[in-house]
Design a protein around this ligand. Structure first.
Ligand code: PAF
Length: 282
């Protein structure tokens, strides 16, 4: 596996691969790799000649400095995971100056309102940071296909919108959420959970399963009331938000229309670890 630690060496490599007509699949990450990331690489490997990943903890998408500081980092372990999984041909581990040569700032995007829903309300500037880094990485890696986890469903929708609005020649693929045995969605943040916190954290997924059972059977206000009630009793956990939204517009709904698709979204603090999850309602 090739490792590129600066933009110039990556550029030479990409040029050579493009000359050979290789189809490039790309999965950008912030490191602390887990099986969820491997599922992105596995999907990429099936549809491309070459799989490239990146590891870059992007400062501009963190609205909370403590969250940025505490974000798990272990590049050497990540490189071993990438080598061992056997799906990845090259990894790009840029310096901050390769991505932000003019200093840390985000571009301001208009994602047709997707950025103002859910995470947008709780993490101001987050999606401008994500859009900025993803656009820069796409311009450097020049992938044909790029892969993102559905755990960050709003991010996935925003990246599709970014590609459409900026006319970027890349096809975006969503990859289903990879879950731990107890149902907890795989996330780099799970590393920060203590063994005592991991067990109750499974309640997040269990709640979504219940919501799916209640879907179109009980009213939306009653579903919200029951979800609130589940978390009221929890000592270690605090519900930040729960929403049922239209899967395409991400707008919260107060009524289920027959011809629309819906998804439940949830964010819960377990201690000081912020966990996010969602589920398509069937
Ligand atoms: O989902 C992530 O890990 C990050 O938001 C991404 C897409 C790599 C951009 O920094």
């Amino acid at each position: 596996m090739e490792i590129f630690r600066d933009q110039q060496s990556l550029r030479n490599y990409i040029e050579r691969q493009k000359e050979m007509g290789k189809k490039i699949g790309f999965a950008p990450t912030m490191g602390a790799l887990h099986l969820g990331h491997i599922s992105l690489y596995e999907a990429a490997e099936k549809e491309n000649d070459l799989v490239i990943s990146s590891i870059f903890v992007n400062p501009t998408q963190f609205n909370n400095p403590t969250d940025l500081e505490k974000y798990p980092r272990n590049i050497e372990k990540d490189i071993e995971i990438l080598k061992d999984c056997g799906f990845v041909d090259a990894v790009y581990i840029p310096e901050v100056s390769d991505i932000y040569p003019e200093g840390l700032s985000s571009q301001q995007y208009d994602f047709d309102g997707l950025e103002n829903e859910m995470e947008g309300k709780f993490r101001p500037g987050h999606f401008d940071g994500v859009g900025t880094v993803v656009e820069k990485l796409f311009r450097q890696v020049k992938p044909d296909n790029a892969y993102f986890g559905e755990k960050d469903y709003q991010q996935l929708a925003i990246i599709k919108k970014l590609v459409e609005k900026q006319n970027l020649p890349v096809h975006i693929h969503g990859v289903p959420i990879y879950r731990e045995k107890n149902g907890l969605a795989m996330s780099s943040r799970n590393e920060r959970l203590s063994p005592q916190q991991r067990e109750p954290a499974k309640l997040i997924h269990q709640t979504l399963v219940k919501v799916n059972d209640w879907f179109r059977i009980i009213t939306i206000p009653e579903i919200y009331r029951r979800v609130q009630e589940i978390f009221e009793d929890q000592k270690e956990m605090k519900l930040e938000y729960f929403e049922i939204a239209d899967e395409d517009t991400l707008k919260e709904t107060d009524f289920f229309y027959q011809d629309k698709k819906y998804r439940a979204f949830i964010v819960v603090f377990v201690g000081d670890v912020r966990l996010i999850d969602n589920m398509h309602l069937t």
